[in-house]
Design a protein around this ligand. Sequence first.
Ligand SMILES: Nc1nc2c(c(=O)[nH]1)N[C@H]1C(S)=C(S)[C@@H](COP(=O)(O)OP(=O)(O)OC[C@H]3O[C@@H](n4cnc5c(=O)[nH]c(N)nc54)[C@H](O)[C@@H]3O)O[C@H]1N2
Ligand SMILES: Nc1nc2c(c(=O)[nH]1)N[C@H]1C(S)=C(S)[C@@H](COP(=O)(O)OP(=O)(O)OC[C@H]3O[C@@H](n4cnc5c(=O)[nH]c(N)nc54)[C@H](O)[C@@H]3O)O[C@H]1N2
Ligand code: SF4
Ligand SMILES: [Mo]
Length: 767
Amino acid sequence: MKENTRPDSNPENPEELLNLRQSAPSDAAAGMTAIFSGAKHLLEEMNVGRGIKALRKLNQKDGFDCPGCAWPDPDGDRSQLGEFCENGVKAIAEEATTKKLNAEFFRQHSVTELAELNDYEIGKKGRVAEPVYLAPGATHYTPISWDDAFAKIAGHLNGLASPDEAIFYTSGRTSNEAAFLYQLFVREFGTNNLPDCSNMCHESSGVALLETLGTGKGSVTLDDFNKAEVILILGQNPGTNHPRMLTALQKAKKNGAKIISINPLPETGLISFRNPQTVAGALGIKAALTDLFLPVKINGDMALLRGIEKILLEEELQQPGSVFDREFIQQHTTGYEDLVRDLKDQSLDHLSKVSGITQSQIREAADMLKNKSRIIACWAMGLTQHKNAVATIQEIVNLLLLKGSIGKEGAGVCPVRGHSNVQGDRTMGINERPPATFLDRLDTAMGITSPRKDGLDVVDSIKAMHDGRAKLFIALGGNFLSATPDTLFTAEALRNCSLTVQVSTKLNRSHLVHGREALILPCLGRSDKDIQNGTEQFVSCENSMSVVQLSKGNLHPISGSLLSEPVIVCRLAKATLGGRSKIHWDKYLNHYDHIREDIEKAIPGFEQYNKRVREPGGFYLRNAAREREFRTLSQKAHFTVSPITEHVLKENEYLMMTIRSHDQFNTTIYGLNDRYRGIHQERRVIFMNEKDMAREGLESGTIVDLHNHFGGNHRQARKFIVVPYAIPEKCTATYFPEANVLVPIDSTADKSNTPTSKTVVITLSRH
Ligand SMILES: Nc1nc2c(c(=O)[nH]1)N[C@H]1C(S)=C(S)[C@@H](COP(=O)(O)OP(=O)(O)OC[C@H]3O[C@@H](n4cnc5c(=O)[nH]c(N)nc54)[C@H](O)[C@@H]3O)O[C@H]1N2
Ligand SMILES: Nc1nc2c(c(=O)[nH]1)N[C@H]1C(S)=C(S)[C@@H](COP(=O)(O)OP(=O)(O)OC[C@H]3O[C@@H](n4cnc5c(=O)[nH]c(N)nc54)[C@H](O)[C@@H]3O)O[C@H]1N2
Ligand code: SF4
Ligand SMILES: [Mo]
């Protein structure tokens, strides 16, 4: 019998349209508008004093790591004027807000009522200020003590038929310390079910790089940008998502680097930039960044790269040794001959057609690379979220290997990570398929016996919850419902659980679409001061370039009822494992140095962790590929040959990529504008090529419904406003998470199982 009698809450954003106003897309990113925009967000959430206090320590060596993206901070001096960008300020505004949600708020508002709000409105409610519990069938969350909350979770966990019935999700904002303890607890409990946001993000990069270079991380440092001759930027929108990368690109250009941008959209920040940290930039003088813009079709990158390689090969064959790094290829790689054979067989005509890039543009790109060897390739979600994502990233590796551009100053692979500590969390063992070497070392260091069976990633966890194989869901951060594909399917999966637990800072939709029972456990954020046992604590994070540094918040927490993430994990472990545990959890609660002592024992690269992390600016983790040590089976870097696939679309079908606006951090919606693309006060828009609009009989402003029929299921997202935009024909774009309802759960990348959020086949109908 179904005990839950309340009506189901809305898993989606409401369909109502707001008030779209359009302007021309911006001609350059940042400048004074960026400073004003950041300041406006900050002042809406807190008083000036608190704001200034936070910004003074943001990204400083004795301060806290920006809770925004994973772009690194300079190794040397950091600007006292502010070592951050507009979106860093917005991230702080969102986290350090003084708006708080206590028992009274949850008494006044039912779950179904809150779910009728859009994500922007939900987020603006504020920080959750005390632990709350939703009883079976209840309509409202009610306060619960921390002890009772932990006892409840422990009761559920210990009542499962198998530890594999529990799912332990992590979002990439979690610190090294919390992540290490979490995976330790989960493995001692008995499962590797540790899905994380990385499964939806750079998983494809990790798999691609591990297979070909033997190290699944980026090989460049920030300083390499100063030495590069050419920088390729593929499938990434740094002006919005990694704004301080623009400063690095500007410096690189000053040192003579050329930039090639490969993107279906002429993203404002990539094209030109006004550096707000320089007088000229603040006065509005813009610097062009991109030298060559290649408006590739969605998922046309592999064909484009293969085309460039084909032209380079032709030149190399005319003058052997003039274009390729023969010595490097000979000494360090395998598979060269196979690639050459394939390149000879390819037709440039076909590659040009599949990529959407003219042959002369492909030649222009090849020309820029021909005589250069210090080449950096940067990429993000525009490459990782496709069916052939792993193979596409391996095509980048092919290009760099041909040029000997790995393991050399000013050259290498640069997957630009998303969340500020997503890379560190993986290093700490947040991994559903950990290598045996990792588990062996963990077990020896900690005296536990980790399970050896692979766990479930994000997509497989959803399926397991959907069909009842998993019953309990715990999230250390994130917003699982809204971040994952196929929103309605995921909602059913979460509702099937007996208990869902969210360790969170802000209220989000995953609190409102839940299991039979639900808990929200409010935690400290990055900017919050963390005092344990009378002593101020700090945590540490690893950025996109493998620098580990400390992070110490300086703001007074908005409520005395918040616990830090490490403390939450320790208390949960103690409550669940009790006397069964081999781990001395109390010592970690006393001082986080003890956590780092154990990380040092269990994880390579963290020798003298407590000492080195206290050095200003932290320390680099070694990257073997950077030193031309390729940890593959053959000890060599691998060329790979993958088939070039073409999307064959019907007359009325389009490819849709789901992307971020300038006013959001993933599912946290800071505001309703996407300034650089000229969109204001609306998120339910679909960007289309004017020729496609004409073919469909649509005009600017027409309201359409979007449909996807993957696997024979009809998915629908209603009420999107058509916006004509400079995007290749047959390609469209919508914002994540509003369009996630259209992303099929069964459409994932080969090998990485990442949802194909950038290649959704859609049809449109007038609303
Ligand atoms: N302010 C802000 N910062 C963020 C985030 C945020 O939401 N807001 N999110 C963080 C996270 S978790 C991540 S992972 C990163 C994401 O950073 P990005 O990857 O920059 O984020 P997306 O908006 O998904 O942008 C993808 C870009 O790829 C392009 N693209 C899409 N499909 C293709 C394709 O097939 N080929 C090519 N060449 N390009 C394509 C799109 O036009 C877009 O410019 O940002 C991080 N930083
Ligand atoms: N269609 C589509 N879907 C996508 C993507 C896409 O491009 N298109 N991108 C994917 C990518 S790259 C990613 S990384 C995922 C993101 O997936 P998630 O990481 O799950 O989502 P976020 O929106 O980053 O999570 C925001 C929530 O985290 C909580 N939070 C914030 N800070 C903290 C903290 O310090 N501690 C704790 N405990 N909680 C905190 C807040 O409650 C906030 O509501 O989404 C993926 N989904
Ligand atoms: S670039 Fe990223 S990490 Fe740096 S301040 Fe901006 S949002 Fe924060
Ligand atoms: Mo991400």
